[in-house]
Design a protein around this ligand. Structure first.
Ligand code: AMP
Length: 490
């Protein structure tokens, strides 16, 4: 598919795409949009940078645009769940851009800021709610969000959510979703836990896989420099002083490490700013804006903070610390080389980090070339330290300190017993029916029985047979209104 005109999107969306100079859909868009428009659940394996936001936003906006439904206070029709505030903000902006010619409301909820403005926006009503899990649950518990009208649920960067310890929150949220919904599930990787989660969420999903890891990293000029721990900062400063380095993101393992790198670079007159979980939301936004506007040359980030950041023009990524999780390497270096531009990713590796480098090379299926003038280290690989022995700044995994939900320990995912629903109420159904009352896609699909958690269809094969959407769970609104205190948000 070479042109958006080949996809049946409404005119206001096509106009917005033309204004954005989007002509051809990216591979994930070409596979996902038609399948989602037909009302299918989607299991998408894709990273940021592939165009996945538009892949789910465009079919959602199309259906909302056709349906002409009014946004009710506190009852969104679409929920997009993202692991970090930054990603949530970017997704919200994308909905606004692609939906700018539609009369639709998008609102955001995320932690780290006071809830008042978010509560007022929810009260005014929003078609699309983009949220991080903690604040969402918090507002749900306070009675500010009801998911009973939800038609579409999007889970973005599911693997990162699990990495961040959000699984219990996710399970709670999933339990609150109406059975009669469409679910779009995106993850950069699909390890067994993610597959299990997707099976609890999706019915007969269309599987879309556009990020074979090797291909995505092939586009980037990767280099490794074997360095001594004591000279790391000097080496980093030298790299960043090169004329070729226009804008760089430097990754550190810990928040403290990020602060330290910024201080040391500033002493060397290299403009740098840190973003990590200890920074306030406003500080993070300011830092990102300064970096985006080229007022700052270097962004120093931890993995979690950098996730989902989409900034064009990042010429270099430097791994100041080798990531302990090999998957993070792929995410990190994907911050450069965006939209077909050339990117360079340099990894500084000490003797202690060589075993981690080896794990990465195993994952990406190639040996990372040595930077110019570098030689293979001759000394032995130093044994890895235990996590507890590494410098402070917090482990990479965040444990949820939230109280458990009443009566839900180890319970089902809330989707069992879904029945065929003659009154299926999805956006795809309502919106498209209004244009094609007879013989529309949604009508053709209703009433077909389908099993739960069945294996995914191939996108190329299209949706075989119809979809049987779910009957509503009885009593699902009997939610606790109890107010929990001390929720910190993400
Ligand atoms: P994402 O993977 O959603 O973070 O998107 C990565 C970048 O690609 C963003 O800057 C989008 O604006 C851009 N993008 C997404 N879809 C297209 C398209 N079809 N044509 C051109 N740029 C696109």
């Amino acid at each position: 598919m070479n042109n958006f005109n080949e996809i049946d999107l409404i005119e206001p969306i096509r106009r917005a795409l033309a204004e954005e100079n989007y002509h051809s859909p990216t591979p994930i868009q070409a596979k996902t949009i038609p399948a989602a428009l037909e009302g299918n659940d989607i299991l998408g394996c894709a990273q940021t940078g592939t165009g996945k936001t538009a892949a789910f936003a465009l079919p959602i906006l199309d259906c909302l645009g056709r349906a002409h439904r009014k946004a009710q206070p506190n009852r969104p029709l679409v929920l997009v769940l993202a692991p970090t505030r930054e990603l949530a903000i970017q997704i919200g902006e994308s909905f606004k851009i692609y939906g700018r010619h539609l009369r639709l409301k998008t609102t955001l909820v995320f932690g780290g800021v006071k809830q008042g403005a978010q509560v007022r926006a929810l009260d005014r009503g929003a078609h699309v709610l983009v949220a991080t899990p903690g604040r969402l649950l918090d507002l749900m518990d306070q009675g500010f969000i009801e998911l009973d009208q939800l038609d579409v649920f999007v889970l973005d960067e599911a693997d990162r959510m699990l990495d961040m310890g959000f699984l219990p929150d996710l399970k709670r949220i999933i339990r609150e979703l109406p059975d009669d919904r469409q679910s779009l599930f995106f993850s950069a990787t699909v390890p067994p836990k993610i597959r299990e989660l997707s099976q609890s969420l999706l019915i007969d999903p269309i599987s879309v896989n556009v990020t074979p890891k090797k291909q995505s990293v092939d586009l980037i000029d990767q280099q490794v420099m074997h360095v001594d721990r004591s000279t790391k900062i000097e080496t980093l400063a030298e790299i960043l002083s090169d004329d070729d380095v226009d804008q760089a993101i430097v990754f550190t393992r810990t928040k403290r490490g990020a602060n330290m790198v910024v201080q040391r670079l500033e002493r060397k007159r290299i403009s740098a700013v840190a973003i990590h979980g200890n920074k306030s939301q406003n500080a993070r936004q300011r830092a990102l804006a300064a970096f985006r506007d080229n007022r700052i040359q270097v962004l120093v980030a931890t993995d979690v903070a950098a996730r989902g950041i989409d900034i064009e023009g990042v010429t270099h990524v430097v791994n100041y610390d080798v990531p302990t999780d090999p998957e993070s390497y792929v995410h990190r270096i994907g911050r450069t080389g965006r939209a077909g531009a050339k990117g360079v990713a340099i990894t500084l590796c000490t003797a202690e980090e060589r075993s981690e480098l080896r794990d990465i090379e195993r994952l990406i299926g190639m040996k990372i070339p040595l930077a110019d003038g570098q030689q293979e280290p001759t000394g032995p690989i130093v044994k890895k330290q235990k996590a507890s022995q590494r410098s402070s700044g917090g482990g990479r995994r965040r444990q949820s300190s939230r109280p458990s939900v009443r009566g839900q320990a180890g319970s089902s995912n809330g989707r069992s017993g879904r029945a065929s629903s003659p009154n299926k109420k999805k956006l795809a159904a309502s919106g498209r029916q209004s244009e094609a009352p007879s013989g529309g896609r949604s009508e053709a699909k209703s009433g077909d029985a389908r099993g739960r958690g069945a294996s995914a269809n191939e996108a190329s094969g299209g949706s075989s047979g119809g979809r049987n959407r779910r009957g509503r769970r009885p009593g699902k609104n009997a939610r606790s209104q109890s107010k929990r205190s001390n929720r910190s948000g993400e």
